[in-house]
Write a protein that binds this ligand. Sequence first.
Ligand code: 0A1
Ligand code: ZN
Length: 854
Amino acid sequence: MSQTDPQPVQYLADYRPWPFTLSETRLDVTLAPRDTRVRAELRLTPQQAGSDLVLDGGTELRLISLTVDGQQPDPSHVIREGERLTVVAAALPQGPFTLATEVGIDPADNTAFEGLYLSNGIFCTQCEAEGFRHITFYPDRPDVMTTFSVTIRSDLPVLLSNGNPVSKAPGVAEWHDPWPKPCYLFALVAGDLVAVSDSFTTRSGRKVALNVWVRPGDQHRADFAMQSLIKSMKWDEDVYGREYDLDVFNIVAVDDFNMGAMENKGLNIFNSKLVLASPETATDADYERIESVIAHEYFHNWTGNRITCRDWFQLCLKEGLTVFRDQQFTSDMRSAAVKRIEDVQALRARQFREDQGPLAHPPRPDHYEEINNFYTATVYEKGAEVIGMLKRLVGNDGYAKALDLYFDRHDGDAATIEDWLKVFEDATGRDLAQFKRWYTDAGTPVVEMSEDWQDGRLTLSFRQSTPPTPGQTEKPARIIPIAVGLLGPNGDEVAGTRVLELSEDSQSFDFDGLSARPVVSALRGFSAPIILRRDLDDATRAFLLAHDTDPFARWEAGRELALSALTTLATGGEAGSSYIASIGALIAEDQTDPAFRALSLNLPGEEEIATRLAYLGQTPDPDAIHTARTDLARRIASAHEPLLSRIYDEMTVPGAYSPDAVSAARRALRIAALGLLGRIDGGERAEVLFGVAGNMTERMAALAVLLRLGHGAPALAALLDEFGDNRLVMDKWFSIQAMAAPPQDAVAVASALAERNDFDWKNPNRFRALLGGLAANHAGFHSVDGSGYAFTADWLIRMDAVNPQIAARMSTAFETWPRYDEMRRAHARAALERIASVKGLSRNTREMVSRMIA
Ligand code: 0A1
Ligand code: ZN
């Protein structure tokens, strides 16, 4: 069912309300793998005389019958054209009427996993963004909201849909969702599933039945997800005053899923990798991610479902806010400082990369061809950063007031970014006209900061600019909050954090009454998603790394030291000693959080070094970067061997494995030390650890060390033997081999893996494991002979015919291609052009590729 028809570009400016109201949807679904029947009854009322009724519906829907108030219209009044079905106005009553349709669909043939499909014998649905049109003819747009009554007929034991259960008898179940919703939140599941069950009593006393549905045998891996759900429900009551609003909350884990998870009302559907976890199969990072995604989908119940988006241009209204809320939740459950650093690292790796390349777009785009291509780091993560800035600007009380007003004013609405900003203006009295540019303008602002010191007065001067992005050349100044603190020469804080608000191209701020020139700690907490440029020498960075009281700024000082050393080394210079000395002092601080020490000890990745070089106007050489990073790691290990070795021995976690933050932090520091020691001990410790570790976190870390050294074969064989039938572990097995292979072997390793029978490439997780693993091997993917690009292009072409969403998402592996040397650029362009020339290429992949070669 791939969409290959050219679809006209959609523009935000063209938004018009739908000319009908829909007061009720009734569905009756009889499931069969090859011939599912969907009967739909829509209760409609025209709002503008003379409007044709235009419904969305995939070209693969087999229309069996259509009636208006029980009568079949004249066939000439029903027109099917592309993905549309029109009943002309002449065939419609002027008042309320019922449209009834029956269609036949083929879930077993649905490899795009959009609409109703089969995953390992489980019927399930994915309707966001525009999947419902592959289930029945419907106004498939988020501003059409109504109640749903659903009847499911099937012999499978578990039959689920949204809302509350009405009845269940053998072979048939009825569900009713009393909360009006757009169809992208519809869900249906049928299968042989078992539940891990619990309950939650809301603060007003509603007892909610909770179920996490998994395949029989996986129950023991679902407890952590259930506990995460209960914590999320409690947190949303405590922090946002938001209660759950149905009698049941169901989560279902499925193996074939294009994204992470989906917030369907009362029936969240999850990629099984974000539900299932046990110590021997999941890493600490997996556990943390499961906790945060369960929270994210649950939080959507208010920010997304009760208040949804008017149109898909407003996607960041629900996604930015829900990511912001899940980040707050994780900060409260774990270490806020560590979470902030992790989020900034992810933002820079994915969103800054997007902003600096051909795919740059604003958090609220104003046009698109294929909306599924806009579930991006800019919409999600930058969308969340923008809310963090708003909160910083209006303060915690202002934020709380604005959110209360948002829920009050817009409950039941399909809202816009304008509505969102208006509640902040009304609740706080602040004019946000200039702030709105964060939503409408693409690109990462660059802020240059300089210092002047005279007679006890420090003056900080700032100049902001935003480089042009595709389609946007002029970038007026934005509101940018810069949090600043001052440290005295002995390292004490002489002025606590103050937020400076930039609003003009150039601005200065004074700090008076200082007895000695302070050291400036800037962009504390990463107070705005910008690039801050300042001239700092290594000694001042080392000072900040030693003394800064703001954990983010402290970590950042270390990062800058490391990046400056690595970029110098990668371009043939000598550097590193200052970083090596400073990092040694930091990790020796036994009282400092091991997670923070681990984050500081992990060197920037090769991709990040390449980004920095490109930013400095140089052409990154992937092989030189790889060598520079490997050499620096080896030097750190040699310089600090006794210390690292002590850390490695001490940071064990006694007792049974627990995924809590404190234990995970110790393991993180331990494996950071292991990674460095592996550079000089021949992999001896890694080999021992792989054999004795009872948890996947340490085993994977050990395996990565062994693979880098080319000694991974026995460990890989052991894992295959133990977990060959566990899909999630095997995904790791595929990805780590492509990711950790020495660069010159990476394409050969990936090619050999792709030949295996268990490379079930139509499964999105398995495909992403291998292709994403190779793309994460920077010097391997960017091999100078173009073999990484060619291999990836071959597989994207193959995947596109089967699952366009996955092919289009994975195509972003190429998004940085313009920054490399001529030879690599030629290979990358050839690969992209080869993809573009495929006949019948999907709209998804076509849009991505053409933006990348524009
Ligand atoms: N709304 C979900 C993510 C999601 C988006 C699109 C999908 O299919 C194209 C599936 C899931 C979330 O934010 O979690
Ligand atoms: Zn979301």
